[in-house]
Design a protein around this ligand. Structure first.
Ligand SMILES: [Zn+2]
Length: 387
């Protein structure tokens, strides 16, 4: 039997454009999620976006409300960590040189860390790591940032990003999520040709989408994704239609958290690729042919989809022939509205004898020893033996 080690990971942050009420999007849902984890005896992990926090601190002398919020941010993070959950590094470079005007953040810097120089990227990452380690060292003197998740998944290709991670002592990166492609006004990214979607591997140092021939100083653990069944795709489309009809009838006021309305924020992520026919094909037809490519982001899944996700993880774990497989699941506290489906899924998972939960620090510690890390030659060797 294969044992699956699930890392419940959560990118903890405001919206990408800096909008949103930090209490509603971060503090309250994190406490709620941690309560669920605690009740079930699960230890989760949060990728705390630190550029935002450092920026709050930068303005706290002029804007006293920012000092109050930055202090609360630290308290929530420390309290979460004290209860046994993990805190790791997440960086959104668009916070660089942010301005604060009339109670709102103005973010004008590039969203992709791939577009910054090695020097600037190193400065941001080192700054974030130092901030978290200083914040938590009195609770656990051994605490270190050991994993990295890049803002909007931006890690490859890059001549220097993986080297920068090695320089600051990161053990593994989890920014690769196979199959994702963005062509938006903020992000251009193509992970449709990743060589490994599921298991940990040593990456080519200049292109984390590829598996290296040899052992490298850093490891990639892909963030999980799966193909939702046609049945679920159909259900999703029907729900959407019903939702649209209901909206037209009742016209509820759009949900807005300090400017984070669905309408306003959706534009940040609109795909540029053009024609209506293309969009209909991508969203309406492809999912029925091969299933819908779905990131394992629990904030976006209902109970049925989470169970499909777990099924797919079980199948791929078995197919790997390994006895122990780590899997990184994603979450976004800011998008989490349906706590009950998540809770029901976790209740089910903790009762499964083949599922265990680990933190990112535990994952880092067990890479190489407990969990196999692939090189290209190892994979080819295994394929040959299977023939
Ligand atoms: Zn993020």
């Amino acid at each position: 039997m294969t044992t699956i080690y699930l890392a419940l990971v959560d990118d903890w942050e405001l919206s990408g454009n800096g909008s949103g009420d930090i209490r509603q999007l971060q503090f309250e849902p994190m406490r709620r999620l941690v309560n669920i984890y605690n009740r079930l005896g699960i230890r989760g992990s949060f990728n705390a976006e630190v550029m935002q926090q450092i920026t709050f601190r930068r303005f706290q002398n002029e804007q006293s409300e920012l000092r109050v919020l930055a202090d609360e941010w630290e308290n929530v993070v420390r309290e979460t960590f004290r209860q046994g959950h993990d805190i790791q590094l997440h960086i959104h470079p668009q916070w660089q040189n942010a301005q604060y005007q009339d109670g709102r953040w103005i973010l004008t810097s590039d969203w992709s860390i791939l577009n910054y120089s090695r020097e600037t990227a190193l400065e941001m990452l080192q700054g974030g790591k130092d901030y978290l380690e200083n914040l938590l060292k009195d609770i656990d003197p051994n605490y270190r940032c050991v994993s990295f998740r890049s803002g909007a998944w931006c890690i490859a290709p890059s001549p220097h990003m993986l080297d920068v991670l090695v320089d600051i002592g990161i053990v593994f990166d989890m920014s690769i999520v196979a199959g994702v492609k963005y062509d938006t006004r903020n992000i251009k990214l193509d992970y449709t040709q990743c060589e490994e979607a599921f298991l940990p591997y040593y990456p080519v140092m200049t292109d984390a989408r590829k598996i290296s021939d040899t052992v490298e100083p850093i490891i990639c653990v892909p963030t999980n994704c799966f193909y939702a069944s046609r049945r679920q795709v159909l259900r999703g489309h029907l729900d959407k239609i019903v939702g649209k009809v209901k909206n037209t009838i009742s016209r509820p006021a759009p949900v807005s958290h300090n400017g984070r309305s669905v309408e306003a924020y959706g534009g940040e992520w609109a795909q540029i690729d053009g024609s209506l026919a293309k969009r209909i094909y991508r969203k309406g037809i492809v999912p029925y042919i091969k299933g819908k490519h779905t990131i394992s982001d629990l904030a976006q899944l209902d109970y049925a989809l989470m169970m499909e996700m777990l099924d797919s993880i079980r199948k791929r774990s078995r197919a790997s022939g390994l006895t122990e497989v780590p899997v990184v699941l994603e979450n976004h506290t800011k998008d989490l509205h349906n706590f009950s489906d998540l809770e029901r899924f976790l209740e089910r998972a903790v009762q499964s004898s083949d599922v265990k939960f680990i933190t990112l620090t535990e994952l880092a510690r067990n890479l190489k020893h407990k969990f196999k890390v692939h090189t290209r030659s190892l994979i080819e060797h295994a394929a040959k033996n299977n023939r």
